[in-house]
Design a protein around this ligand. Structure first.
Ligand code: UD1
Length: 422
């Protein structure tokens, strides 16, 4: 298994291009199932999660081609052969459950494996099921699979979600595009990836209003047609690389970045002593003085501080002046990076969903191991700021969500290399 070797090397300067959003792409790809016409995505990120979604769609009979070195994904679902998403694929990636809403809407039936436990918590699907049942679906759990059907088709309804789940919002919105009548989804998630999905669905002929607010209204139509859509910038990759100059010093311009994608995160960086400025090409980030100042963080649904940047922010707080409290409110088990950061000399105490971090002047390189995607990149950030060498193993987590991480960081002066394993 490959690992990444990072050697602390002082301030970082230059530009980093930010890719299209993994999480947007993973919900835009299943949207192809809603129509028999082709759907083409541009600005797609080159990631193993995208390959997993490609394999899932192909297993359903969709045609999926990767063009222009993977940046363009051309899909067609005119000849689907299956409505079953197998456990073998779904267990690899929770976002596989996003085929449920589209399949049910177009074919009146779908069988989708429950994803099962994952490293960052239980992550059930009850909110997806409740929303689709409100649209008239009948859903049963048998042998680990959700068996969903809507013999007479889905019917629009007013539904309020108990929690603003991102995936449930996406599944319900996609399903409602082909339902009879109007659906009003209340307490919907407001993430930029949902806005991006709705923009794509609208190009396909869907009638939707209210995306980006907590009430989304969908007027069902008889059919959707083909479209071409550019995937929105990845705000989590953006936020991750914004932390590179914050933790190492220097100044980096993140090409394609926009403040509206990372408002609450940038506000925290500003409070910690890191300036974020919009330029005509993206966002320019620089550490204002010497060490950053400790700030408290609470993760929340968008527009709050994203849970997907909590681990990386913790790496920064490990080197801050003072004590910070990081509260994780989205996932129940998302501090696995903490003991690894402690191996690098960080002072962190975890109690339930709260981590208290007392900054140290300098972290020390160490062999560390990541248990999920965002945890692994937080260890790379910590390694960039540490004295000596840090080896991050289990790099396959990183490949799920960060394209060309070595090349991008090398480009701004980091000492980082990928070591090939057996
Ligand atoms: C998406 C993102 C993920 C991000 C998360 C929160 C994708 C592919 N993934 O995941 O990177 O960390 O949003 O911003 O877009 N829950 C339930 N029942 C459900 C659904 C969710 O209890 O039916 C719970 C989950 O266990 C979790 C919380 O709600 O504790 C948030 O989950 P959700 O917003 O659904 O996240 P995902 O869509 O899985």
């Amino acid at each position: 298994m490959d690992s990444i070797l990072v050697t602390g090397n002082g301030p970082l300067n230059g530009q980093i291009p930010i890719a299209g959003a993994k999480n947007a792409c993973l919900t835009l790809m299943p949207a192809t199932l809603l129509s028999e016409d082709p759907l083409t995505l541009t600005n797609a990120p080159r990631l193993s999660d995208i390959k997993t979604m490609t394999a899932l769609l192909q297993s359903l009979g969709a045609e999926v081609s990767s063009l222009q070195d993977g940046q363009v994904i051309a899909m067609s679902s005119h000849n689907l052969t299956s409505q079953t998403a197998d456990y073998d694929i779904v267990r690899k990636m929770r976002a596989s459950n996003l085929v449920l809403g589209p399949l049910l809407a177009r074919f009146g039936q779908a069988v989708v494996s429950l994803p099962g436990g994952c490293a960052i918590g239980a992550r059930p699907m009850d909110l997806h099921v409740e929303g689709l049942e409100a649209l008239g679906a009948e859903i049963e759990l048998k042998d680990g699979y959700l068996h969903a059907k809507a013999p007479g088709g889905l019917k629009g309804a007013v539904h309020e979600m108990r929690f603003a789940s991102v995936g449930a919002t996406e599944n319900i919105v996609m399903a409602a595009t082909l339902a009879k009548g109007t659906t009003v989804l209340k307490n919907a998630a407001r993430e930029p990836e949902i806005v991006d999905l709705v923009e794509c669905l609208r190009k396909m002929g869907a009638q939707i209003a209210g995306e980006g607010t907590s009430t989304i209204e969908i007027q069902g139509v008889d059919r959707l047609h083909g479209a071409t859509h550019q995937v929105v910038t990845d705000r989590i990759e953006l936020g991750t690389y914004m932390l590179a100059p914050a933790i190492c010093g220097g100044e980096i311009e993140l090409l394609g970045g926009r403040m509206s994608l990372v408002e609450s995160f940038a506000a925290k960086l500003d409070a910690a002593g890191v300036s974020v400025e919009e330029t005509d090409k993206g966002l320019k980030v620089a550490r204002k003085n010497g060490r950053v100042t400790a700030v408290d963080v609470v993760t929340e649904p968008f527009p709050g501080f994203p849970t997907d940047l909590q681990a990386q922010m913790m790496a920064l707080m490990c080197t801050a002046e003072g004590t910070s409290v990081l509260e994780e409110r989205i996932f129940e088990n998302r501090f696995m990076h903490a003991p690894e950061l402690v191996r690098m000399g960080a002072q962190i105490e975890v109690h339930g969903g709260t981590a208290t971090v007392t900054g140290v002047e300098c972290l020390k390189g160490a062999p560390v191991m990541a248990t999920d995607l965002r945890a692994s990149v937080s260890l790379i950030l910590a390694g960039l700021a540490a004295e000596g060498e840090t080896t991050v193993s289990r790099v396959y987590h990183l490949d799920r969500g960060y394209e060309h991480v070595v090349r991008k960081l090398e480009g701004v002066g980091a000492k980082i290399e990928r070591i090939k394993g057996e």
